[in-house]
Design a protein around this ligand. Structure first.
Ligand SMILES: CC1=C(O)/C(=C\N=C(/Cc2ccccc2)C(=O)O)C(COP(=O)(O)O)=CN1
Length: 455
């Protein structure tokens, strides 16, 4: 990947501090060996998440200053509707405070208790809201997605055979909707091809099933189509994103990723009946249909950000930075999910710590070790994140990963070098790393607030 410089210059900085090893030992103990429970001031380079952690542009800050805080009918809402219509091609928008607000509403609208929701690998909050609405999630992603070493260029693809088999098994009338996430976070930020989107559309049309999309990282997915799928090299990522979305009936969006804002989300759709139901629910759970739990200034910042995120120079640098970190780690023999995805490098913790069983929580332990080594904060994406099934048993996902998640427009490759050096140091002494056990297990989305101790 030809290195390119950041397609922007920095106009404001936020100082970060390097802590001592002693300070980090105290901090990780106080956090129960859970990187979610660390204080920001105790973190040097924060790769916990790309969600809400991106840097806004001067244009977004300018738009924010012009936010219309009218309770109803604010100009800011009109600006968001126009931005979604012009960039994504949907006429109707219902803002929510963030992605899971949109997941909550659409799950209530589309799912009848007992129905099934096939999708390309689970995401924690998405599956939870589907289950809270009485639905059952079914993973219909291609097998390669569960193989960290597979170099399939579109590991986010839906397996048409698995989807058809589920329809045949439960009946199309018992499928609430098909959910296609672009990209697939838990598979390693892996994209879906346009060809696959068309194929899934055809299946849904043939059976009369709604096709919904979790479009949270759609700009990055569009860039991968441009650079990996035949016939798209000469297209802009923005035009590819519109074509992707032309194949789906609506979307949930966490604006905190590919809309480059610190808070925000929305539903977008073509069917006015869904809009009307969303408007009934949004006033109960989020606020007026024209603000959905957000300040007017947030809507304006999101309207500008969703357009900026589709810029090819920005995407080439952003995704190139992920690849840079991934290549440095691969060159040193560190096991990672290949090919590197759009928003993070995922360490294969099962291979990294192959002397530990999955029940010794290798990814949780590795994330804590990386923090101890350098103050770099990563996120566990393995057995702890997968939670327990409806029988109360620990789910055992094939992927036991640590996610090094890169915020947008925040860090330079010098920071990536610090991260790579740290992970390589930890890899060199991996045999000294032991497992962790729960000392407190929270009942819901346990990865957020559980606490652990060395075994
Ligand atoms: C594909 C996708 C996402 O990645 C997503 C949020 N991701 C997050 C934030 C997060 C959420 C849950 C556990 C840990 C971290 C991420 O760190 O990756 C949401 C919810 O959006 P929300 O956070 O705005 O509610 C919907 N879909």
């Amino acid at each position: 990947m030809a290195a390119i410089a950041e397609p922007y210059r920095i106009k404001m900085v936020e100082p970060i501090t390097l802590t001592t090893r002693a300070q980090r030992e105290e901090a990780i103990r106080a956090a129960g060996y859970n990187t979610f429970l660390l204080r920001s001031d105790d973190v040097y380079i924060d790769l916990l998440t790309d969600s809400g952690t991106s840097a806004m542009s001067d244009r977004q800050w300018s738009a924010l200053m012009l936010g219309d805080e009218a309770y109803a009918g604010a100009r800011s809402f009109d600006h968001l509707v126009a931005a979604v219509r012009d960039n994504y091609g949907f006429p109707y928008v219902c803002p929510t405070h963030q992605g899971r607000g949109a997941e909550h509403l659409i799950s209530k609208i589309l799912i009848r208790p007992g129905q099934h929701v096939p999708g390309n690998m689970y995401f924690t909050t998405t599956r939870l809201h589907q289950e809270l609405a009485g639905g059952t999630f079914h993973d219909v992603i291609i097998d390669e997605a569960h193989d960290p070493g597979s170099l399939h260029p579109f590991k986010g693809n839906i397996d048409i055979g698995k989807l058809e088999a589920l329809v045949a098994k439960v009946g199309a009338e018992n499928i609430a909707y098909v959910n296609v996430a672009v990209t697939v976070n838990m598979a390693g930020g892996q994209p879906v091809s346009m060809e696959n989107l068309r194929a899934v559309r055809e299946v849904c049309d043939r059976h009369g099933i709604i096709l919904w999309s979790d479009a949270t990282r759609l700009a990055e997915n569009a860039w991968f189509i441009k650079h990996r799928e035949p016939g798209y090299a000469d297209r802009s990522s923005a035009s590819i994103a519109r074509e992707m979305l032309s194949h789906v009936d609506g979307l949930t969006m966490s604006g905190k990723k590919d809309c480059l804002v610190n808070i925000g989300g929305f539903l977008a759709m073509r069917d006015e009946r869904i809009l009307l139901k969303a408007r009934e629910l949004v006033v109960v759970y989020e606020g007026m249909p024209t603000y959905g739990g957000l300040a007017g200034r947030d809507l304006d910042a999101m309207a500008v950000g969703l357009h900026e995120a589709l810029d090819d120079d920005y995407l080439t640098h952003r995704i190139g930075q992920v690849a840079y970190l991934g290549e440095r780690l691969s060159a040193a023999g560190v096991p990672i999910v290949r090919p590197t995805g759009g928003h993070a490098v995922f360490l294969d913790a099962a291979a990294f710590l192959d002397h530990l069983s999955q029940d010794e929580l290798p990814a949780q332990s590795l994330a804590a070790e990386i923090y101890l080594d350098s103050g770099v904060r990563a996120m566990e994406r393995g057995i702890v994140s997968a939670g327990r099934d409806d029988q109360g048993r620990n789910r055992h996902p094939k992927l036991e990963l640590v996610r090094l998640t890169i915020p947008r427009r925040v860090y330079t490759n010098s920071h990536m070098d610090v991260v790579a050096d740290s992970v390589i140091r930890v890899h060199e002494r991996r045999r000294d790393i032991g497992g962790l056990e729960f000392v407190y297990e929270s009942p819901t989305l346990r990865f957020f607030t559980s606490r652990f101790a060395p075994i």
